[in-house]
Design a protein around this ligand. Structure first.
Ligand SMILES: [Zn+2]
Length: 393
């Protein structure tokens, strides 16, 4: 029967060990090198190597492939003293990782030698409880939840689409939610705009939205813009946001936001609803098509009636707005296959209500095409062709 010493000696004979100086050099010089911390959470929280990916030894087999898809990336594995990391390095070799080293002496030696380390940001006990179901998902976990808390999403409109999107993004812990809307709450909104309620009739929609979202999750900083989005302010308003969720209902705003988002390189999660039908897509600047690639010119006004004219079933924006929230989170966490270059169409009256269409980038697109001129942010009329705000003198 082998002893622990025998097992450790065997493991060490099957892996490559480096000292702390060599580990530091590897991290600095090898492009794409990833540091993996296999200690327990309480050890990690008190201090870790900068940028370390934390996977406790007990979860290594089950979580490493979700966090490290590239099996040939250089991995520098450490624990407190070099024992657990030796076993971890051997396991990684068995899982097909080809370039793994274990740090002899581990974090204790590293720290004692005065090498750089940091105290990782961690979730509070309240946050740990609130986001527990996220933390259970290896694709989200602590790291993903921190990303969401750091993320900034701008919602265009606190109406039918903006309501469910804002509620789910706030519940998910997206740390900053910007909301732009210049409307007031009207009783006829309550059939679908679930951010608002009877007590808020006559209130600014952005104020009502802020009340609802803050009551749901105090982690969320709600930034309100009670203004009309125009050529004069669009670049300032969208600046610094990671994702824009478009819940507007008019063509001039969509074109304005499209052009501004291309300039700022911010992905736009597009949603639209009409009677019983809706559609969703993600316009990721210069990686996929933009709104103008899909719709170079808007349809004539009589073929594009608004909700106010055509009606909409109240649940429909709940479905489409929720899909937008999901696509926004996929963008923020780089999860799965986004709806970039795809249009997801939904028809509530069908028994198979979802259909997907390919959208291609248009090489002739006036905004993002190869020969497109510089983008000029300008006011748009109903035809959505840019024209100068002031006539040239
Ligand atoms: Zn385009």
């Amino acid at each position: 029967m082998p002893t622990f010493r025998d097992l450790l000696a065997t493991a060490k004979s099957q892996i490559r060990e480096v000292d702390t100086a060599e580990a530091e050099r590897l991290v600095a010089e090898r492009p794409g090198a990833v540091v993996v911390d296999v200690r327990e959470a309480d050890e990690y929280e008190q201090g870790a190597l900068p940028e370390a990916v934390h996977i406790p030894r007990g979860f290594l087999e089950s979580q490493i492939e979700n966090k490290m898809a590239d099996h040939d990336a250089p991995l520098v594995v450490y624990c407190a003293g070099g024992t657990r990391s030796a076993f971890a390095a051997r396991t990684l070799g068995e899982l097909g990782y080809t370039d793994v080293v274990s740090v002899a002496g581990g974090f204790n030696k590293w720290k004692n030698e005065g090498r750089t380390w940091t105290t990782p940001r961690t979730l509070s006990p309240e946050q740990r409880n609130r986001y527990q179901r996220h933390l259970l998902l290896p694709e989200v976990g602590d790291e993903g939840q921190q990303k969401l808390l750091d993320a900034k999403v701008l919602l265009l409109g606190a109406g039918g689409l903006g309501s469910p999107a804002a509620l789910y993004l706030a519940a998910a812990g997206v740390g900053t939610l910007g909301i732009i809307d210049m409307d007031v709450v009207d009783e006829s909104n309550l059939q679908r705009q679930i951010l608002h309620n009877l007590d808020r009739i006559g209130d600014r929609k952005v104020d009502s939205a802020k009340k609802t979202l803050t009551a749901l999750n105090p982690d969320v900083n709600v930034v309100t813009y009670d203004v009309r989005l125009g050529a004069d302010n669009v670049l300032d308003v969208i600046d610094g946001y990671d994702v824009i969720v478009d819940g507007t209902d008019n063509f001039p705003t969509r074109y304005l936001v499209n052009d501004a988002s291309l300039l700022k390189k911010i992905p736009v999660v597009y949603g639209a609803i009409f009677r019983f039908e809706g559609q969703v897509s993600v316009f990721k600047p210069y990686e996929g098509p933009c709104y103008r690639c899909m719709l170079a010119i808007p349809p004539p006004a009589d073929q594009a009636p608004s909700c106010a004219e055509a009606g909409v079933l109240g649940v429909l924006p709940g479905i489409i707005g929720s899909l937008q929230a999901m696509e926004a989170i996929k963008q923020l966490l780089d999860l799965g296959d986004p709806l970039v270059g795809k249009l997801l169409a939904y028809d509530a009256l069908e028994d198979q209500p979802f259909r997907k269409f390919k959208l291609r980038r248009d090489p002739e697109c006036p905004a993002c095409g190869e020969n497109a001129g510089p983008i000029v942010i300008a006011e748009y009329d109903e035809l959505c062709m840019p024209h100068p705000i002031q006539p040239p003198s």
